[in-house]
Design a protein around this ligand. Structure first.
Ligand code: UTP
Length: 475
């Protein structure tokens, strides 16, 4: 252990062991284990590149990225039909693995427990993880192939997540179909780059961002496991969005037809200041620029020809990766390594005497990787338009935008829209919101096509849609 202490001292991080004498053997062992997780060389690079200096402004040479529009917005219907067929063939060949990132801290929602356990559906109160499992089961029934599912957890929620799946018998999936992998952690530092302690015996560590998901796949041997299963396309989505088309044949088909190594879904921004990343082009490469990094006047620019926003394409964090591309990025091969971003935060820490400090203002810096930073390295990156109402309603905040309430309404509108499209009658308000709660399981239909097929087979059809109406739950 002396060598670890020496390495920290040499790196100017000796404060990490300042209270070592006060700790018992178990606490010391924990501190050493945490310290061993820290890549001091990486931290030294971050100190030089991200601390001090002036914040990097968004470059001026940004252009909006081109995207493929939906058929109803000018896209080629024949090409969309072809893409769906190609995607379905890939699914029948077992080429797709699902990947959920669920390692976040979910501080804004303030829900006790892993976010994936949050009860989200309007009638059955099915948790987010159950909704995704239902979608994977639906895909398995439709395409005749089991979809392997990789779930990124954090140190904090790993055990609770695994226990939740075991308790619910993997929601009808096979236990060996679901793979949990823990993401890495990064230490928080003060303004001069010194690692902060959370207690005298532990570092202030936090998850390394959703971009850390690719390194975690590599560390866990997940790419090899995918290869052994014949899966070469990774369907990446976040844990907080129950509407996400976990398995989307048209998206997969477009990805393959374009020869793309990374494809992303976009929605037109709902309003200029909407807090989403922007798909841009910079020096010939596609990238995502965070809302906080794009000046407001640029966010509000309009295209004189159409009157629409210039930077219209908002990122909703839904991506497809070719497996080998993701592996290259995870390994940083060929210069394809993700950059860290800094976030200034209030970080609970201790003072010189080891007493707890709860800061009222940001007192430290966290480092995070973002998964969309892989886009500039991808060959033939594709940005594809999707229908927000059918793909995106995240649960981020306890109240207001992107909250359980807005997510519930989005689900209700979607279910009601599908049912009405296939001929069911139910009362809705002018915004399409049904006047009472209903629910459609992904096992009955995951989009209008699959729902229409199930509905056509239903005999007899329900006489009326009544409050609490549910379709398609196995149990
Ligand atoms: P968010 O940016 O919404 O962060 O993550 P969060 O941690 O869930 O929530 P807040 O900001 O603390 O309220 C977007 C997605 O990325 C995952 C999250 O679990 C979520 O699915 N994520 C985020 C990770 O898997 N790891 C991370 O380190 C960060």
């Amino acid at each position: 252990m002396q060598s670890l202490i020496d390495a920290f001292r040499e790196a100017g991080q000796g404060q990490v062991f300042a209270f070592l004498d006060r700790l018992g053997p178990t606490e010391q062992a924990r501190l050493f284990a945490e310290a061993a997780e820290v890549d001091l060389a990486e931290l030294a690079v971050l100190k030089r590149s991200l601390l001090g200096g002036t914040p990097v402004a968004a470059p001026a040479d940004l252009e909006p990225a081109p995207y493929v529009p939906l058929p109803e917005n000018g896209g080629d219907p024949e090409r969309w039909r072809q893409a769906r067929e190609v995607g379905e063939a890939a699914l029948r060949a077992g080429r797709v693995a699902a990947f959920t990132v669920a390692g976040g801290q979910g501080t804004r929602l303030g829900f006790e427990g892993p976010k994936g356990t949050f009860p989200v559906t309007p009638v059955r109160q099915r948790p987010l993880f159950a909704v995704f499992a239902d979608k994977l089961l639906a895909a398995e029934r439709r395409y005749g192939r089991r979809v392997p599912w990789f779930i990124l957890t954090s140190h904090q929620n790993h055990a609770a997540t695994e226990a939740f799946f075991a308790q619910h018998r993997w929601f009808g999936l096979q236990a060996d179909q679901v793979h949990f992998l823990r993401q890495g952690r990064m230490p928080a530092v003060d303004a001069s780059g010194r690692i902060l302690l959370e207690t005298p015996g532990s570092l202030a560590l936090s998850p390394d961002g959703h971009g850390g998901s690719l390194r975690a796949l590599e560390r866990a041997g997940a790419f090899d496991r995918m290869a052994a299963l014949g899966a070469d396309i990774i369907s990446y989505f976040q844990v907080d969005n129950p509407l996400v088309r976990v398995i989307d044949p048209a998206f997969i088909g477009w990805h393959l037809l374009s020869g793309s190594e990374m494809s992303s879904k976009m929605v037109p921004k709902a309003f200029p200041e909407e807090k989403v990343g922007h798909f841009c082009r910079q020096r010939g490469r596609t990238c995502v620029i965070e809302y906080s990094d794009l000046a407001l006047d640029r966010q509000r620019e309009t295209d004189p020809a159409t009157g629409r926003l210039r930077f219209l394409a908002g990122s909703i964090a839904i991506h497809l990766f070719s497996r080998e591309f993701a592996r290259r990025v995870a390994r940083g091969e060929g210069g394809a390594s993700l950059p860290f971003h800094r976030a200034d935060k209030k970080i609970p820490t201790i003072d010189r005497e080891g007493r707890p400090v709860q800061p009222l203002r940001p007192n430290g810096i966290k480092f995070e990787l973002f998964v969309f930073d892989a886009l500039p390295f991808a060959a033939n990156p594709l940005v594809l338009e999707t229908d927000r109402a059918g793909d995106f309603a995240p649960v981020k905040n306890a109240e207001g935008v992107d909250s359980p309430a807005t997510c519930r309404e989005a689900q209700l509108r979607l279910f009601a829209g599908w049912l009405r499209a296939v001929g069911a009658t139910l009362p809705v308000d002018p915004s399409g919101l049904p006047l009472f709660p209903i629910e459609v399981s992904p096992l009955f239909g995951d989009d209008l096509v699959s729902l229409g097929e199930s509905w056509a087979r239903l005999d007899p059809k329900p006489a009326a849609v009544t409050p609490g109406f549910c379709l398609g739950h196995d149990s």
